[in-house]
Write a protein of this length. Sequence first.
Length: 128
Amino acid sequence: MRAAQSGNIALARAALERIDRLHGGRAAWIEASYPEARLWIALGDSIRALHVLHASLSEVISYDPRSLAEPARAAALLHALALQADLHRARGDVAHARRPAAVVVELWTGADEPLTQVVQRMKADERQ
């Protein structure tokens, strides 16, 4: 989003809020919600990012299970769960960080090197 990159926080927030209104109160698919949450974080609003993630992750149960075989959606789902755990941990809410962290650890243990660091971070959440 160019407004965020150029430092125009007000314009970037307005654009994200327009996107939110277009959803009509429904959560977006996870592959749209994950980057939206990252943008809210870039704008300094981790609470809004958590809200976006929570709304979208709550809807995953309604997905057709075959849709999660799509690599982009599956990757977005796991990245969103890791981000949710990170945000909860950053707020000192270790109890809420554990559940998404456990899912990431379960599904990404043994994954390629770039994901190993994420798994290690999530394991630390599990132990707390």
